[in-house]
Design a protein around this ligand. Sequence first.
Ligand code: SAM
Length: 274
Amino acid sequence: MQQISKTDIINSLIIKNSYQTYLEIGLDRANNFRAVDIAHKESVDPAEGQYKHAKPTHRMTSDEFFNQIDSDLKWDIIFIDGLHHADQVYRDIQNALNHINKGGCVVCHDLSPTSYEMQLVPRQTSTWTGDCWKAWVQVRSERSDLYMITYDTDHGTGLITKSDGEGNPLDLKGFEIEYEPFSKNKKEWLNLVPLAEVSQHFPGAYLAKRYRRKKPAVWPLILGGLAFILAIAQLITLPESFIFAIVALISASALLALYGQEQKRFKQENFIDR
Ligand SMILES: C[S@@+](CC[C@H](N)C(=O)[O-])C[C@H]1O[C@@H](n2cnc3c(N)ncnc32)[C@H](O)[C@@H]1O
């Protein structure tokens, strides 16, 4: 199965919606930021402590950033991957929603911890999501005007759009926002799309560029065709040495089958006909 990452989701959204402007909250080493393919991009990060290597466009916390910018300053897509504490992520989501263009979106990372320890604040494990999920679930339970979905990629990548019609608010059914009910109802609470189905949400032209290959390999077709012609020529001119023709025919079949596989793989990788 293809490994689809948060960066693939972001790039797919950019292609799908022809987005032009991108803001990333929480830059670190810019691994994701560098790979985001868009006309204009900016980042926000205080670049302190273990993250002092970060070189953001705006060196400050996300709260400081949103407090100082004009209310009409907007981006097409805002990616939230800063401080992984629920209260901070909640504020980042609210602020980001106030600063997206019409048709824009907010993407959040690390929404899907796979163990209790993995989401504890303060951090206790090397692989850590923090409790970002709590902010996500709280927003989903409060806002009926938003459509929210989480792709089950690397630790969960959530997408928020302002819906024109009905959103998909979450009914917590009396549960508190705590890990135990979350882990039992994770699929529903996050509106989680399994990894195997993620590509179906980005069909055809919407695929992440990383997976694009311009053409399927044609060499098996050419070699298979040649082997087939050789076999027929052999059978016509020297029918007594038919063993050679049979070998050539078997090779031709194998090469043509390989070409069929190559076509299939190409279509799958490019989400064609899906
Ligand atoms: C998980 S890393 C970001 C990873 C990066 N987005 C990537 O995908 O490569 C978290 C970053 O958030 C930054 N950060 C911490 N507190 C922050 C805050 N209050 N506002 C914005 N960024 C913050 C850290 O300095 C760190 O660089």
